[in-house]
Write a protein that binds this ligand. Structure first.
Ligand SMILES: Nc1ncnc2c1ncn2[C@@H]1O[C@H](COP(=O)(O)OP(=O)(O)O)[C@@H](O)[C@H]1O
Ligand SMILES: CC(=O)N[C@@H](CCC(=O)OP(=O)(O)O)C(=O)O
Length: 264
């Protein structure tokens, strides 16, 4: 039997930070047909707020070092300010969105990252059973559109900060046995670029084997490294298709016509 289609869409912090771009993105998201889940970051807003409070953000390999002060800030920004504003904007368009942190309905349980070379503080890692597939499916079948932020919990009262690209990948993987699931990463560029300053240099397709090479020759760097890692994890673990592209091209990305496609 053919499975019904589900699209998991992740929207990045640079788009969220610009109210006009966010408005246009939510308009397009609202218009997408079929079951859908939105996952959002907000790293830029958190960094800016922390700075205004005199706290400098530290990122190591695309992940935020999250001490107790920073955890308070990211909880307020991701699970509060951004999540609730996005839900309200979707509701205004007639989209019955429900905002969730990982603790709400126990939808995403994480484990505090063990200290190795770096102490990331209150950063949560996900595992194969982290995402509550049945709960998300129930919400979707009740006509709700889950909007998940980057805050998870450990089941023992501790909130944790988890990279939103990782959450999107884990949600897509967890939903794949039930739905024919696609994962779309939306950010401010047209896809993975051969030259990061040239928007016309989109790499149309990347194979997992090519990822190492692109990392080594410096073509992909910074936040693109964990994004691609998560994209290939999703493909490896059963997600039908993964695309990376520009937020204002969401309808075309959804129809698999633009951006960068991960190849099997
Ligand atoms: N080859 C590349 N193509 C596109 N972006 C790249 C590339 N290499 C590095 N980047 C950087 O990665 C960033 C995206 O990662 P990140 O900021 O974590 O995304 P998001 O906003 O979705 O969270 C881009 O803003 C860009 O500066
Ligand atoms: C642990 C970790 O790095 N968490 C991320 C969560 C937010 C995020 O991923 O936001 P973007 O999608 O806007 O980058 C952070 O605090 O930056």
């Amino acid at each position: 039997m053919n499975k019904e289609k589900l699209t998991v869409i992740k929207i990045g912090g640079n788009v969220i930070d610009n109210s006009e771009n966010l408005h246009n993105f939510l308009e397009d998201f609202h218009a997408l047909p079929g079951f859908k889940i939105l996952v959002h970051g907000g790293g830029k807003v958190a960094t800016d707020l922390a700075k205004s409070l005199g706290i400098e953000a530290t990122m190591v390999e695309g992940r935020r070092v999250t001490d107790i002060e920073m955890l308070r800030i990211v909880t307020m920004v991701y699970a509060g300010l951004i999540n609730k504003n996005m839900v309200a904007q979707l509701q205004a368009r007639g989209c019955n969105a429900i905002g969730l942190s990982g603790a709400d309905g126990n939808v995403i349980k994480a484990q505090k990252r063990p200290v190795k070379d770096v102490d990331y503080g209150f950063v949560g890692d996900l595992h194969d059973d982290s995402v509550a597939t049945g709960t998300l499916e129930s919400l979707l079948r009740a006509g709700l559109v889950p909007v998940c932020c980057a805050i998870t919990h450990d089941g023992d009262s501790q909130l944790l900060n988890t990279n939103a690209d990782t959450i999107a990948s884990a949600v897509a993987v967890a939903m794949s046995p039930v739905f024919d699931t696609s994962l779309v990463y939306c950010f401010e560029k047209k896809g993975v670029l051969r030259d990061v300053n040239d928007d016309d240099s989109v790499v149309r397709e990347i194979r997992a084997e090519e990822f190492e090479q692109l990392k080594q020759d410096g073509t992909v760097a910074g936040g693109m490294i964990p994004k691609l890692h998560n994209a290939f994890e999703a493909i490896r673990k059963g997600v039908e298709a993964v695309y990376i592209g520009k937020a204002d091209e969401l309808p075309a990305l959804h129809a698999a016509r633009f951006g960068t496609r991960m190849a099997r």
